[in-house]
Design a protein around this ligand. Structure first.
Ligand SMILES: [Zn+2]
Length: 62
């Protein structure tokens, strides 16, 4: 069953927590594979702003 509810909190396009260090992240441009994936799962690509963490990956868009 599909949910047609709008994503609450979508206005916060910045500030998703890093899953490793829980620091702030930057949204970065997606690779082609991420765009394809986003057709099925709404994800956005983020990179941790911490110089010591350097985590980068996809987070659910919500
Ligand atoms: Zn981090």
């Amino acid at each position: 069953m599909k949910s047609l509810l709008p994503a609450a909190g979508d206005l916060a396009s910045y500030g998703r927590g890093c899953p490793l260090c829980h620091g702030s992240t930057n949204r970065i441009s997606r690779r082609v594979i991420d765009v394809l994936l986003s057709l099925f799962i709404p994800v956005r690509r983020y990179r941790c702003r911490s110089l010591t963490c350097t985590w980068e990956g996809n987070l659910r868009d919500r």
